[in-house]
Design a protein around this ligand. Structure first.
Ligand SMILES: Cc1cc2nc3c(=O)[nH]c(=O)nc-3n(C[C@H](O)[C@H](O)[C@H](O)COP(=O)(O)OP(=O)(O)OC[C@H]3O[C@@H](n4cnc5c(N)ncnc54)[C@H](O)[C@@H]3O)c2cc1C
Length: 218
């Protein structure tokens, strides 16, 4: 006989953590199923790395403006002569912050945290292939909350695949600063990456070619 929860949340990013933590705090019996690590896009490929990168970019910008404040102009150099010193810092900041999204934090709220990949057996049951052991566990719930987030969308632009591109899943791991960065898409994320890009010079461009007129349907 499988266990019955009031709520099973699938996906432990910002949305899933709030849903699971909130419901458990209100007294529901909650399980959270995550296939990788708690924290999702915001912690690993979004808000946190992006703001950390912007902080380095802003520092470099201000150093170059030193004369304005009565100092000699400075040209910041990467601490180990490579952009890796910047992205290593980004990864260090993620490590410092990730304990806020640790399983224990949510377990203290009453959430049962399970790492694995779920499949629906029917409208009330899932089977989870557990990450550690590979064993299958059947779990039953009155309600499910699907909060599995999103992945970067690659627009069907001719030549893009051949040219090569990176997304927000790669950019925070770069070890070499690209000489030029052209950001496709000028929404909040594109603008943010565009302003973070030039910690060593001004060779950065932000462009938007993804207007509603060219966005593919479906
Ligand atoms: C560069 C950048 C900067 C950003 N800055 C901000 C900001 O300043 N402020 C802000 O509010 N937002 C910001 N965002 C947006 C924010 O990161 C997202 O809105 C938010 O992370 C979405 O949360 P989510 O829980 O919906 O999805 P996600 O964070 O993507 O979480 C989904 C989770 O589900 C898991 N999952 C996926 N499939 C399965 C499956 N089959 N089974 C189990 N688990 C699964 C994933 O591993 C992941 O942990 C930024 C995004 C980017 C890219």
């Amino acid at each position: 006989m499988s266990e019955t929860y009031d709520l099973i949340v699938i996906g432990g990013g910002s949305a899933g953590l709030v849903a699971a933590g909130g419901a458990a705090t209100l007294g529901a019996r909650v399980a959270l199923v995550e296939k990788r690590a708690l924290g999702g896009d915001c912690l690993y490929t979004g808000c946190v790395p992006s703001k950390t990168l912007i902080k380095s970019a802003r520092f470099a910008h201000e150093a170059r403006q030193a004369q304005k404040y009565g100092f000699q102009t400075l040209e910041p150099k990467f601490s180990d002569d490579s952009f890796a010193s910047i992205t290593n810092r980004v990864q260090n900041v993620i490590e410092i912050i990730e304990h806020h999204d640790a399983p224990e934090v949510f377990e203290k709220m009453g959430v049962e945290v399970i790492f694995g990949s779920p499949n629906f057996l029917n409208s009330k049951e899932i089977e989870v292939a557990l990450k550690d052991s590979g064993e299958k566990r059947v779990m039953r719930a009155k309600r499910f909350c699907i909060s599995t987030g999103s992945r970067p969308f690659t627009p069907p632009i001719e030549g893009l695949k051949e040219t090569g591109y990176i997304t927000n899943e790669d950019v925070f791991h770069l070890k070499t600063l690209p000489k030029r960065l052209f950001v496709l898409g000028a929404g909040a994320i594109g603008i943010e990456l565009g302003q973070a890009a030039p910690p060593s010079d001004k060779k950065s461009f932000t462009g938007s070619i993804m207007s509603k007129a060219v966005r593919p349907r479906g």
